[in-house]
Design a protein around this ligand. Structure first.
Ligand code: HEC
Length: 282
């Protein structure tokens, strides 16, 4: 979400410290019938505050930073979330995108656990894009303890957070991104669909549905599986700049550790089958 940075330069500059004290940053969790608001000082005073050291994460490549953070699932206690609900994160500049409820609320031993890192006013984190300005990932940043356990993707670290919003089911909001009714839960198509939601849907629409106009629709009017050969498509997803390069390209590739070959095959299977069900409807 690198492009957010243009809009929030200077947010935490020191001459704003007085204003920041009287209008402390707040993290808001909203659902249809409840809104919970946590101020920065309230979060920093919680008994479940932990120190989490992370090295070389997507937002801060090559840096080792110790964060003060609280488990996100604790903050969501008191908000009821239906099993088919969707959750959107929202950033300070109004940008929003999907997070996957069963991942951000997961606290099963042996899995990655989502935390909200809180930036202290007197100890700001480094700038996210130093060449573009001083903005950091604060005031609130979604981080993961042991990110490798659940293979957390680079799209799953939203920063400059304002809060989260619990909404209705994904199927009621975006019915056209789903494989046809009756597709078995354990199929390659369904596995690929989950990968699409996790790694691609924050930028790409599917059949005209989605939150972002940042990147081309992956099925309308044509699917990339119709105009690229499979090896080309695989190379493009692994490293778009290996095929064409210009200074405004925005898609970062997906390495084998982020997206193993078998996951990439499932993803392509989903894209292919979506193109077939579209042509049946035409
Ligand atoms: C950070 C946003 C972002 C994410 C995440 C992302 N893409 Fe992209 N993608 C883009 C943009 C922007 C383009 C347009 C070309 C460019 O800037 O690289 C693009 C281009 C493409 C293209 C080429 C389309 C064409 O017609 O040439 C394909 C295929 C594609 N993306 C597939 C994917 C898949 C599959 C995923 C998930 C694994 C994904 N993208 C994740 C932003 C993204």
């Amino acid at each position: 979400m690198n492009w957010l940075i243009f809009l929030s330069v200077g947010l935490l500059s020191s001459d704003m410290s007085f204003a920041a004290k009287s209008h402390e940053p707040q993290l808001t969790l909203r659902s249809q019938n409840r809104t919970l608001v946590f101020s920065r000082s309230e979060l920093l005073a919680r008994p479940d505050l932990e120190k989490i050291k992370l090295n070389d994460i997507p937002t801060y490549p090559g840096k080792k930073i110790e964060y003060l953070a609280v488990p996100l699932f604790h903050l969501f206690e008191g908000i009821s979330i239906k099993s088919d609900a969707t959750i959107q994160f929202r950033c300070l500049d109004g940008f929003s995108g999907p997070v996957i409820p069963e991942r951000i609320l997961d606290h099963t031993p042996g899995r990655s656990i989502a935390y909200i890192a809180i930036e202290k006013e007197d100890a700001p984190w480094p700038a996210v894009h130093p060449e573009q300005g001083p903005s950091t990932a604060g005031p609130f940043f979604l981080i993961w303890k042991n990110p490798s356990l659940s293979r957390i993707d680079k799209e799953e670290w939203p920063y400059q957070l304002e809060g989260f919003e619990v909404q209705g089911s994904l199927r009621s909001t975006f019915p056209k991104i789903f494989p046809p009714q009756g597709t078995p839960e354990q199929s390659a198509e369904m596995r690929g669909f989950k990968i699409f939601q996790r790694s691609c849907f924050s930028c790409h629409k599917m059949n005209g549905q989605g939150l972002s106009d940042f990147a081309p629709d992956l099925n309308f009017p044509k699917s990339p599986t119709e105009y690229y050969t499979e090896p080309t498509l695989r190379s493009l997803i692994r490293n778009p700049q290996s095929l064409r390069k210009w200074k405004n390209d925005k898609m970062l590739g997906f390495s084998k550790s982020e997206l193993p070959d078998s996951d990439l095959s499932d993803l392509i299977y989903y894209l292919k089958s979506m193109s077939k069900s579209r042509s049946q409807k035409e």
